[in-house]
Design a binder for this molecule. Structure first.
Ligand code: S3P
Length: 183
């Protein structure tokens, strides 16, 4: 494959609790790629947690910070090692971000699981997620976002398999091979 055709990134999308961070880490380990969590970037840039950004500045401020972090990340893809990127659940839904992702031409993978599963996972983790506190609005958000997530080139079920199995499925479906030490 010519150098220019090698993927520079795989973006993992899906609802909160779909497994983007855990599967992303496992996939990055498997491929010897970098792992980037966009939420971590946003928090580092802002110097405060996502929950604090929502509480103190509101969702729109968070969305603007998210788009700025995504732009930065896309700008560095050609100079850094390839990356597995976990995007926040709302990131691919915003039109501006969807256009940036389409324009960059990299791979998008939808991690999918039923609402009850993602909600239970979110409740079991310490990360504070402002948009999943109340079950009914969260369920509606889940339904509204699904069509956006389904635009990804690959859908992987994370409810019926382990993190490692999901990572292996992605690598195999996209024919991604582990980076050699000297690449
Ligand atoms: C959000 C998802 C969160 C985080 C923020 C908003 C969303 O990320 O970006 O709380 O709108 O779905 P995760 O999907 O990684 O939990």
């Amino acid at each position: 494959m010519p150098e220019s055709k090698q993927p520079r990134a795989v973006f993992l999308i899906g609802f909160m609790g779909a497994g983007k961070t855990s599967v992303g880490r496992a996939l990055a380990r498997r491929l010897r790629w970098r792992f980037v969590d966009l939420d971590d970037r946003i928090e580092a840039r802002a110097g405060r947690s996502i929950a604090a950004i929502f509480a103190e500045s509101g969702e729109e401020a968070f969305r603007q910070a998210e788009t700025a972090a995504l732009r930065d990340l896309l700008g560095e893809l050609h100079v850094e090692r390839p990356a597995v990127v976990a995007l926040g659940g709302g990131a691919p839904v915003r039109k501006e971000n969807a256009e940036l992702l389409t324009a960059c031409g990299e791979l998008l993978v939808f991690l999918d699981a039923p609402f009850e599963v993602v909600r239970a996972r979110c409740r079991a983790t310490p990360t504070e997620r402002p948009l999943i506190r109340e079950p009914e609005p969260a369920r509606q958000l889940y339904e509204d976002r699904r069509p956006h997530y389904l635009k990804a080139s690959l859908r992987v079920d994370t409810a019926s398999q382990s993190v490692e199995q999901a990572a292996a499925e992605i690598a195999m479906a996209l024919s991604l091979e582990a980076r050699k030490e000297n690449q």
